[in-house]
Design a protein around this ligand. Structure first.
Ligand code: HEM
Length: 541
């Protein structure tokens, strides 16, 4: 009798599954659909549908074979790499390819890229589940990721296990000790914003290339905490270093590219595979970091550490507590520099891009800044609570640009079940954050509309679909810094300037460049002084 009941439910499940699959291909809305009330299940009252799905899930657990998630058919050895290459030829970005396939195969998309299993996770619930489960808290050790850290897992970003736990705890502690998320950090941001405004006053009225405008400012803020040092905004060496980091971020997407999936190709085609270029990029960044650390070693005062590097050097000297090597410290600095520069810079550049495309938004920002801060007093972080519209613009910029389009890859530490599938140990797990932020949930995802984050009563509203910094244990450690920087950049610049497109320049495109972090196509702006005459500007600076 029980067997018959189970068979009958199983039949209904199969028919539901067929319909879901069809619908998924047509409307790409399996999740929403299966929860919606329009599903007709014969003989079962509508209010019991949820229960039926629960029973089905339970039966599924025992009856269905535990399979790798579905995806396009892989070829021997190269897996889906050929299909990816073909898709890229028609100018698609990596995250768009994954998105297109996820629409066909579902929110847990299984790929085989060269020698690696890669699973793409879409939808809020699965993204949160993966981010919160310990078993998915690893980071892949692909060749591309390891070549930046002397061939081994080390540092913060591409590390896992007890070494990562310890490093993360210590880095956070030292960052806090030297001012992270405190008044000191605000002062550093404030000083750098003033320097930036001063630079724009110098070239006011002239077209300025925006794409690398924030790089040195951002490195300076971070480097005050990490290395106790700042550079002039036109420092040629630091400019070169920032350009090198930008090149690295453009060279490959977050899956790590061919060097991760078929690492032996570097022996056959070292130029074509990008291996030689990556080696020279990493060498330049490591030379800069080694020099910075050596300077600290020469000037170290063990009783009076001045920054994060000093604190690490002192920790390293303790014979009972020798967790970190010289190389580990170098990789931590590399992680902070790389993770902290491009992400914030690219978001800021996209933010100005959307503002210049929407003049009414610029006007509302000016109005709010004038009302809350006024023309003279430098903006402070405490202004944020009274600037709902500005905060909504920041959220909207984080959403629409989603520069960490696929997050940072996670890795399954053991075989693990997710939904009805098995994710084998060692699988790369990429989180489709861009899709989360630019999918149907937002109704008009392509429109830059800050009002979506403001309630009818005029309060700021969070949305659980928005997670630009990830979630769970591997959540970004730079979130506080990034949000503070974006607020201060925006308010300092718009307090003093009106942004204008140079005569004859096209309206900048919203289409991103691919890379480890998405970036905007090149565009220029003119900064027109507002609200101030030269004397006031001089006083401010
Ligand atoms: C708008 C700016 C930023 C965005 C959108 C962003 C986004 C992210 C995302 C999505 C992750 C991965 C979370 C996961 O694995 O699930 C991450 C991790 C990380 N971020 Fe950020 N980030 C930004 C700024 C920063 C800054 C300023 C810093 C430096 C202080 C930073 C340092 C890191 C580090 C070290 C990790 C690795 C954490 C770990 O694996 O334990 N990020 N970030």
């Amino acid at each position: 009798m029980r067997l018959k009941q189970a068979e009958s439910v199983q039949k209904q499940v199969t028919s539901i599954q067929d319909r879901l699959d069809k619908l998924e291909q047509e409307s790409h809305a399996k999740d929403q659909w299966s929860r919606s009330n329009n599903v007709e299940i014969k003989g079962v009252p509508q209010k019991n549908h949820e229960n039926l799905f629960e029973i089905v899930n339970q039966i599924d657990k025992f009856t269905s074979p535990r399979l790798y998630p579905p995806g396009p058919k892989p070829l021997p050895l190269i897996g889906n790499l050929l299909s990816v290459a073909l898709q890229l030829r028609s100018k698609k970005l990596h995250h768009e390819i994954w998105r297109k396939w996820a629409r066909v195969y579902g929110n847990i998309l299984g790929l085989r890229l060269g020698l690696m299993n890669v699973v793409i996770i879409s939808g809020k619930d699965f993204v949160r589940e993966v981010s919160s489960r310990e078993v998915f808290g690893g980071r892949p050790g692909g060749f591309f990721f390891l070549m930046r850290s002397f061939g081994k897992k080390s540092g913060l970003v591409f590390n896992d296990g007890s070494s990562w736990t310890k490093t993360r705890r210590v880095v956070l502690k030292y960052l806090k000790d030297f001012g992270y998320n405190t008044r000191h950090m605000e002062n550093y941001i404030s000083e750098e914003c003033r320097a930036l405004v001063q630079l724009r006053i110098k070239d006011a009225g002239q077209p300025v290339l925006i794409n690398n405008m924030f790089n040195i400012t951002i490195v300076n803020i971070l480097w005050r905490l990490v290395a106790g040092k700042r550079y002039d905004l036109d420092d040629a060496n630091l400019k070169l270093l920032c350009d090198i980091i930008t090149r690295l971020f453009r060279a490959v997407d977050m899956s790590g590219g061919i060097l991760n999936f078929l690492p032996f190709v570097r022996h056959v085609a070292p130029n074509l595979s990008g291996y030689n270029e990556l080696c020279s990029i990493h060498k330049a960044i490591h030379d800069f970091l080694r020099e910075t650390i050596e300077q600290h070693e020469r000037n170290l005062d063990v009783k009076n550490p001045k920054d994060v590097i000093d604190a690490f050097l002192i920790e390293k000297m303790d014979p009972k507590n020798r967790t970190f090597s010289d190389e580990d410290l170098q990789v931590v600095c590399l992680d902070l520099l790389e993770a902290g520069m491009e992400t914030v810079a690219n978001t800021a550049v996209f933010m100005l891009l959307h503002i210049i495309r929407n003049d009414d938004i610029q006007k509302r920002l000016h109005d709010e800044i004038d009302e809350v801060i006024g023309p003279l007093r430098p903006p402070t972080l405490s202004d944020r609570s009274r600037m709902v519209y500005t905060e909504a613009v920041l959220l909207e910029a984080l959403r629409i640009s989603s520069v960490a389009a696929m997050g940072i890859p996670h890795m399954a530490l053991e075989d693990a079940q997710l939904g009805n599938y098995v994710i084998p140990k060692g699988t790369f797990v990429l989180l489709a954050l861009y899709d989360l932020h630019n999918g149907n949930h937002w109704k008009d995802p392509g429109a830059f509309r800050p009002e979506r984050f403001i309630t009818k009563e005029g309060n700021l509203m969070q949305d659980e679909w928005l997670m630009p910094f990830g979630s769970g244990k591997r959540r970004c450690i730079g979130e506080g810094l990034a949000r503070s920087e974006l607020f201060m950049f925006l308010t300092h610049l718009l307090q003093k300037f009106r942004l204008k497109l140079p005569e004859g320049d096209p309206i900048p495109s919203v289409e991103p460049n691919d890379g480890l972090s998405l970036s905007a196509k090149t565009y220029r702006l003119i900064f027109l002084p507002r609200n101030c005459n030269t004397q006031i500007v001089t006083e401010y600076v």
